[in-house]
Ligand binder design. Structure first.
Ligand code: SF4
Length: 210
């Protein structure tokens, strides 16, 4: 359960994944941070863990060409932090393209998702968050991490995502809204994607969704 204490909104530490979760269903964060619920791992949660293991297996078999990059080194489970945003996170994979004679070095965040619905807004907001953290944490120019990738399982489909100002603003707005919810103890609305509620670990605490 989240302890409000005397915390100001800006000082509440958040994770990049919180912005994804908030965009998909704000109530999940309410249940996680404000309520002392005990929940069992659902099949969906187990699949999420399985997706991360699958990424390493896939990446060992394949090279950077599938990303449209000639040469890239790979870093798995990269820990990132932003002092400015008060956010930390672990990016599944970062592709590093070395600088060329006329081109600067480049980094691309990659997130693996096991999903039947294709790439969605909550996935792309999370990638934008990793782009911002990569720039700050590794002292890269602002806006330089301009493209990321979603690797969608089980079909192993790779989706390039442009990480422009709209997505970055949406990520920062989500952080503000989460902090406002925590500070003002405002019970948020349910997800718009009600079809997913039946598989949610908090469904028995959300009386108005089924
Ligand atoms: S049951 Fe539905 S509305 Fe409630 S937390 Fe889960 S996904 Fe959100």
């Amino acid at each position: 359960m989240f302890d409000l204490g005397t915390a100001s909104a800006e000082s509440i530490p958040l994770a990049v994944a919180d912005a994804r979760q908030w965009t998909f269903c704000p109530r999940v964060l309410w249940h996680r941070r404000m309520m002392p619920h005990r929940v069992r791992e659902t099949a969906k949660m187990a699949l999420g863990r399985d997706a991360e293991a699958a990424l390493e297996r896939l990446e060992r078999r394949r090279g950077a060409r599938r990303y449209g990059l000639e040469v890239a080194s790979r870093r798995f489970n990269v820990r990132l932090q932003s002092e400015r945003l008060g956010v930390c996170g672990v990016c599944d994979l970062v592709l590093d393209v070395a600088p060329g004679a006329a081109t600067p070095g480049q980094a691309h965040p990659v997130e693996v998702k096991r999903t039947e619905g294709g790439a969605s807004g909550h996935h792309t907001i999370q990638l934008a968050g990793y782009a911002m953290l990569l720039e700050e944490h590794e002292a890269r120019p602002q806006g330089s991490v301009d493209t990321g990738f979603l690797l969608l399982l089980p079909e192993e489909r790779l989706v390039p995502v442009k990480l422009g100002t709209d997505l970055r603003s949406a990520f920062e707005r989500a952080l503000q809204d989460i902090r406002a919810m925590l500070v003002h103890e405002r019970f948020p609305p349910p997800t718009k994607h009600r079809a997913f509620c039946a598989q949610c670990e908090y469904v028995r605490f959300c009386g108005d969704v089924l």
